[in-house]
Design a protein around this ligand. Structure first.
Ligand SMILES: NC(=O)c1ccc[n+]([C@@H]2O[C@H](COP(=O)([O-])OP(=O)(O)OC[C@H]3O[C@@H](n4cnc5c(N)ncnc54)[C@H](O)[C@@H]3O)[C@@H](O)[C@H]2O)c1
Length: 465
């Protein structure tokens, strides 16, 4: 079936040719934007009443959920009330962590994929923290919000437009936060670079790149029920876009001044997927019918005429990379394969002693980078960076993310990432698939705020109050 899809670019070209190459040959492709139900308001800058001690129920305690427990043991102002996983052994492991840290045992729910409902129905939980496989993120989050809980969901929170709109509508109607746990927004380099961008160091930022390029060979057979290889087997497009995309969207101030408008995507053939499947899921009858390409590239253009490129590749050996590149009129930042900055010499001010003859075409030296960070270390890193490094979680970024979530909930502040960020970052999955399935046709990115684009104009992420 995938082979037949290769004919679509040809069909699309023929359609364009028959329309005299006009740009308006039914393009960009559009998707339905459901009207906001009457009486429902947006969640832009939404702040819930402050919660003194945030009482948490965890659903999904596999690899990622288990490491969340390691972090929350160190989180002030929280109480781990309940633990839930299909597999009893995962709940047992989490209980053992609580016991070792001197905490009382939490209520536990295990045995099947519906038992999370009992956790959500409890009256003593404020936040449901969801680390299940992708298929179960949305049902758990919807049920949690319907039962009066804020929902925090691992990445990607949702994998279809239908689910994205369901999360938005439920969050708006129930007035409950629905946050996607995009930890890479809190990595040290990303936070510092965002801070520099907010001070104007890069000038006008017009291009960004992000990626998830990570060979998952050591992990394929560790996922519960092989959910991840199964999802890749059955879906084209960038199925894991948010690590690369989220931090770049924050630099671009998406739905806080600029707006995602059009997306195009292209993938390679699945050169490696079938052999992964033969190893991991030998029961699959037709492993060659594998949908996800070894490498998928997506390009997005914004309302202000800027571009973002996102890549996904999880099949083949290579050093890990999220790219994270920012290009502005006065400067450039890149995180992989090496961290570096370069700037237009006369625009950087006096934060760095530049050597005579520096022309901006080479990276700042280690010493100059250190000087730069004396002025431009993000306030959040100054506040909690050392503790975060000690607690860990991808070098500390996971802890900074949790710390900010709990801080905002305890202080009744809007969260750093709202349900529209969730929607914009997740929509790359289904929209890239749509573009690819139509011969890399341009696809319009819906306005998930439904007309609220100007409301947060000028807002700065992580404003520390
Ligand atoms: N942000 C990051 O850096 C990062 C890193 C790894 C994984 N993740 C995300 O975390 C999530 C989990 O990934 P993982 O690697 O831990 O996978 P995993 O397979 O190790 O864990 C998933 C767990 O969810 C449980 N589960 C599934 N459905 C459930 C249900 N309905 N009720 C209760 N429990 C249920 C399974 O039993 C399993 O223990 C995924 O969304 C993944 O993308 C994020």
């Amino acid at each position: 079936m995938r082979k037949l899809l290769f004919l679509l670019p040809v069909v699309a070209l023929l359609v364009l040719a028959s329309c005299g190459g006009k740009k308006n040959a039914g393009l960009p492709l559009t998707t339905d934007v459901p009207a906001r139900p009457a009486g429902q308001e947006d969640m832009l800058a939404f702040a819930a009443p402050a919660i003194d001690t945030v009482r948490i129920g965890f659903v999904g305690l596999g690899m990622r959920g288990s490491s969340a427990i390691d972090r929350y043991i160190h989180m002030e102002g929280t109480k781990i009330v309940a633990l839930c996983d299909v597999r009893q052994e995962c709940v047992d492991r989490a209980q053992a962590k609580l016991a070792a840290a001197g905490f009382p045992a939490a209520a536990e729910y295990a045995g099947d994929t519906e038992v999370y409902k009992q956790l959500c129905e409890r009256g003593d939980i404020d936040l449901v923290y969801i680390c299940t496989d992708w298929v179960h993120h949305v049902p758990v989050a919807l049920y949690a919000m319907e039962h009066g809980k804020h929902a925090a969901i691992e990445v990607p929170a949702a994998t279809s437009l239908e689910d994205i709109w369901a999360l938005i509508n439920t969050s708006e109607r129930t007035r409950k936060h629905c946050i996607q746990l995009e930890n890479c927004c809190y990595d040290f380099y990303e936070l510092n670079t965002l801070y520099m961008a907010q001070q104007g160091l890069f000038g006008e930022i017009f291009h960004g790149e992000g990626a998830y390029l990570h060979c998952l060979d050591p992990y394929w057979d560790q996922y519960w029920n092989h959910w991840r290889s199964e999802f890749n087997r059955t879906h084209r497009g960038d199925v894991y876009p948010t690590h690369g995309f989220g931090p770049v969207c924050q630099v671009f101030n998406i739905h806080r001044g600029d707006q995602l408008k059009t997306l195009v995507a292209m993938d390679t053939d699945p050169f490696t997927g079938p052999s992964v499947l033969r190893k991991v899921q030998p029961e699959v009858a037709d492993p060659d019918n594998f949908m996800n390409g070894d490498h998928t590239t997506t390009l997005i253009r914004t309302a202000q005429g800027k571009t973002i490129q996102i890549q996904h590749g999880v099949m083949t050996p290579r050093p890990y990379s999220r790219l994270y590149q920012i290009q502005g009129t006065n400067g450039y930042a890149t995180k992989y394969p090496r961290q570096g900055y370069s700037f237009t010499p006369d625009k950087i001010g006096d934060a760095v002693d530049l050597p005579d003859g520096y022309d901006g075409e080479s990276f700042l030296s280690e010493g100059q980078m250190a000087q730069l960070l004396e002025t431009y270390t993000h306030p959040l890193i100054k506040e909690i960076g050392e503790v975060a490094r000690r607690v860990g979680g991808h070098g500390g970024m996971d802890f900074i993310m949790d710390y900010r979530l709990i801080y905002c909930l305890r202080n009744g502040l809007p969260l750093d990432m709202d349900v529209y960020d969730l929607a914009e970052w997740c929509c790359v999955g289904p929209l890239s698939a749509l573009s690819i399935e139509h011969g890399s046709a341009p696809v319009e990115v819906p306005d998930f705020t439904r007309g609220g684009q100007d409301k947060l104009h000028g807002y700065r992420h992580y404003y520390i109050q």
